[in-house]
Design a protein around this ligand. Structure first.
Ligand code: SAH
Length: 310
């Protein structure tokens, strides 16, 4: 499972850059993507730049070019909920673009006209993983889940922050998460946003932001690293296949009959998947993989041994 990790600023991705191994670099639309391995998981890291357009373009490229299957946004935000302190973590339950305003035409603030969809829900499993990872941190901070707002504005006023809280029942505000969420939803890719509070989006926000961004970025990183660590212990079964291949279907039926869940990677849809198969020294499909072990073809006794090693 390849995971896309996005930060908006250098500070937010710095620790990932240090932790990643076997990194290859690709530049597309002016954004640099680092594909590699972290905590045993395949990740693609990038700095989107600030704001919703940057984040949206970056997310679509992660999905199209790098075939990421999950997206995690990691970074800092301004606290909106009055109980939150600098350093605390908010894991997104959902995200809204607070600066979309077509209210003169009768739409609610934040509502995207002529569609029912404008609240972008994060993935339940990723939310849970982030909360669990937060519990392990033990840094004397609150780790909560809640609504995250995004807009092309650095919010630095008490009145505005109070309005955001009342209008949207939000926990924090930033400038990218909801556009990442929308692009992920449009592509059917699960996502979560993990933000640590760098400021309280009030009159002191610019000072606090400058002082606490590094610390807050470290907190967000620590959670995402724990999330990766936890998931890497559970190496899933991957079946590299094509749609109409008889042996591929036999492998899938065999796994289903055993009650073993698996991920299908259709090599016809992605050059990257073909390369993954070739890395195991095989040319054709099906190839069934668990961690670093692979079985070619439909070979029940070998498959038995492979899934037994899980
Ligand atoms: N790096 C630039 C611009 C930072 S903009 C600078 O230092 O001048 C703020 C960034 O942090 C955005 O990526 C946003 O997602 C997040 N952020 C933190 N606090 C915020 C706030 N109060 N309002 C909006 N975004 C905030």
């Amino acid at each position: 499972m390849r995971i896309g990790i996005i930060g908006a600023m250098d500070e937010e991705i710095a620790l990932y850059m240090e932790a990643m191994e076997q990194t290859t670099k690709t530049v597309k639309a002016g954004i640099t993507y680092y594909a590699g391995v972290m905590e045993g998981k395949e990740v693609v890291l990038c700095k989107s730049g600030v704001g919703k357009v940057n984040a949206a373009v970056t997310t679509q490229i992660l999905i199209d070019t790098f075939q990421v299957e999950r997206v995690i946004f990691t970074g800092v935000a301004g606290a909106v909920h009055p109980d939150l302190n600098i350093g605390d973590i908010v894991v997104s339950t959902d995200c809204i673009q607070h600066d979309i305003d077509v209210s003169p035409l009768g739409f609610a603030p934040g509502q995207i006209p002529f569609t029912e969809q404008w609240i972008w829900s994060a993935d339940q499993d990723l939310i849970q993983q982030a909360i669990d990872a937060g519990k392990e941190l033990d840094a004397g901070i609150q780790v909560v889940s809640g609504r995250i707002l995004s807009g092309d504005q650095f919010v630095a006023s008490r009145e505005k922050v109070q309005w955001l809280h009342e209008q949207f029942q939000a926990h924090c505000t930033e400038m990218e998460g909801a556009s990442v969420g929308q692009v992920c939803a449009m592509n059917g890719v699960p996502f979560v946003v993990v933000r640590s509070m760098s400021d309280k989006a009030d009159g002191s926000a610019h000072v606090n932001f400058a002082e606490f961004t590094k610390l807050a970025s470290e907190r967000s990183y620590a959670i995402v690293r724990n999330m990766l660590k936890a998931t890497s212990q559970d190496a899933g079964v991957i079946v590299y296949s094509t749609k109409n291949c008889v042996d591929c279907n036999l492998v899938k039926e065999w796994l289903k009959a055993k009650g073993i869940s698996f991920e299908v990677r259709d090599v016809m849809t992605s050059r990257a998947y073909q390369e993954e198969v070739e890395r195991f020294g095989f040319m054709g499909v099906p190839v069934t993989v668990v961690g670093d072990k692979a079985v070619k073809g439909y070979a029940p006794s070998e498959l038995e041994e492979l899934v037994g090693s899980k």
